[in-house]
Design a protein around this ligand. Structure first.
Ligand code: ARG
Length: 297
């Protein structure tokens, strides 16, 4: 079997010097900057080693000056079947990352790690795998829209990949990317935080996921960035979970690997968004995507 492959970024350039989500508090970070940055290096190393311990290969992108959020490559692109669709960031603070990530993807293409790079239609914002999560079991994307990504961008990317997308509207500023509040697991369960969604979004989740497969995260679980998890087989790597969440997941047969990601949580991110999975594959859709358009929203 092919090894899981992830992209991560060297955290040397990590900083919290602007606020584009409610978790980011530049003054709190600045008060203890050197210590926090040292912790960030340790946290990033621990996360990388946890993935490698699960058999993964991790590509590490060098830091870039002036790009403090480059440490969150989940937002850089959607990658499926070797095709990379680079993101277009909503906030000017992150738009400078686009060129760095594009060069990284071009290099991965030259090395044959990915096959091709395609473009999002003009005029649309989309923040990558943070708002387009591949659910291998269901062979669909789950797409978040609202605070960062445009709904039309979700539809466009599904059309570009020729796969269905189940679109969910995000209702809060705190849970601004789908990956902060929604995580499909290998056994078919979905760990999600219902208050992050509109009523319509919750109804869509309920329509697609059987009750026994819905794992509702508590306020505490969500605030601890535990929904922002990396699932490899039966292992789930996440920021340190409340005991109750660990027990619920273990009762379902998962092994929970906890990593102290506190410095990155201060920027509004956890394990999933510090990584970008590069080797996801789909199976051909049974019907032309167009025929089903709308059916999955
Ligand atoms: N500070 C970053 C931002 O607001 C954090 C991104 C976290 N990424 C994620 N996919 N949740 O954009």
């Amino acid at each position: 079997m092919q090894k899981p492959r992830f992209l991560m970024t060297d955290p040397a350039g990590f900083d919290i010097c602007y606020q584009i989500n409610p978790w980011m508090r530049p003054e709190a970070w600045a008060a203890d900057r050197a210590v926090r940055l040292a912790q960030a290096h340790a946290a990033s190393d621990t996360l990388r080693r946890a993935l490698e311990a699960e058999g993964a290969v991790v590509e590490v992108l060098p830091a870039a000056p002036g790009q403090p959020d480059l440490v969150f490559p989940a937002n850089a692109a959607v990658v499926l079947d070797g095709t990379v669709l680079p993101a277009r960031f909503r906030h000017p603070e992150r738009q400078g990352e686009e060129a760095h990530f594009r060069r990284a993807f071009e290099e991965l293409e030259q090395r044959g790690v990915v096959r091709r790079i395609i473009d999002l239609p003009d005029g649309l914002f989309h923040e990558g795998a943070g708002d387009a999560i591949w659910d291998a079991g269901r062979n669909v994307f789950w797409g978040g829209w609202g605070p960062r990504s445009d709904r039309a961008a979700g539809r466009a990317l599904a059309a570009a990949f020729g796969r269905k997308i189940v679109l969910l509207e995000l209702a809060t500023a705190d849970f601004y990317h789908l990956d902060t509040c929604f995580c499909p697991l290998s056994g078919g369960e979905v760990l999600y935080y219902p208050p992050a969604f509109t009523a319509a979004g919750r109804a869509t989740i309920e329509a697609h996921v059987a009750p026994e497969l819905r794992l509702e995260a508590s306020d505490e679980d969500a605030a601890a960035f535990c929904v922002n998890a990396v699932n490899i087989g039966r292992t789930i790597v996440m920021a340190r979970p409340p005991q109750r969440l660990r027990e619920r997941l273990e009762a379902r047969g998962y092994r929970v690997v906890a990593v102290d990601l506190d410095p990155f949580m201060m920027s509004g991110g956890g394990a999933y968004c510090m990584t970008l999975r590069l080797d996801r594959t789909s199976v051909p859709a049974e019907f032309p995507a167009r025929q089903l358009e709308g059916a999955f929203e």
